[in-house]
Design a protein around this ligand. Sequence first.
Ligand code: BTN
Length: 268
Amino acid sequence: MTDFSPLDVDTIEAGLNTRLIGNEILLYKATSSTNDIAWEYASNGDNNGLCIFAEQQHAGRGRRGNKWLSAPGAGILCSILLVDMDDAGELLALTAAVAVAETITKHLGHKAKIKWPNDVFVNGRKVAGLLLESRPGTRAVNYVLGIGINCHQDRAFFENAQLDNPATSLDIETGLTVDRNRLACDLLNTLDRWLNVMRTDTDSVVAGWKAAGSLLGHHVVLEYNRRRFAGNCTGIDPVRGMILQLDSGGVRAFPAAQTTILKQSVNP
Ligand code: BTN
């Protein structure tokens, strides 16, 4: 793969306009997983908002035990530490997805979509994924939000990777070379802004999700705690997760962390 411009902490910091996110940024040339590094800093509340970037991961992970593959220097591999947040996992996952989709939309020039709970798709292919991990904090819950965005990968990379979902990169979609430092900076600024919205205005987060989400009103088959459920998606609840009007009758909510979508009647 071609050598692209490296990430640079000073360049990212120079464009930041955040209250919390990116109050410190660390960049690794290579590491196992940026989520693992972020967890090492979680015991100190002063590290709230810390962002870890890496050019390469040897053991990048995704949801449900999947791997996250990215050639060196080809993507955004980023983990953000949030210390002692009130337990808001479901809402935080929605908020982060809205922020990442908005950032990608900006760099793409057309709308990126969210596949519930927090994959970001462009033209039916996955361009970004989020992994939200939680552990008990001193006072409340600590979170590490891991974000992977495909930037410079070419089609051959995804063909060889044999992924569950068809995938794409920003460069493939735009035909241009995305500026990763600008993208990283926009990502942190956008995330910071949406986290502030989240604290006071849950309805706006849900509205942002609905505007970018693809499931509402569509038929879904999912697995929850090893059981299959099917029904129409009638809403997203910021606390309880996705609401389904079940084919078998009744209405039920499915939290993101324990749910996998097996089939949906509309492409993201
Ligand atoms: C998914 O789509 O399943 C989530 C992918 C999350 C990947 C990112 S890359 C940076 C951070 N470090 C990891 O090991 N995973 C996340």
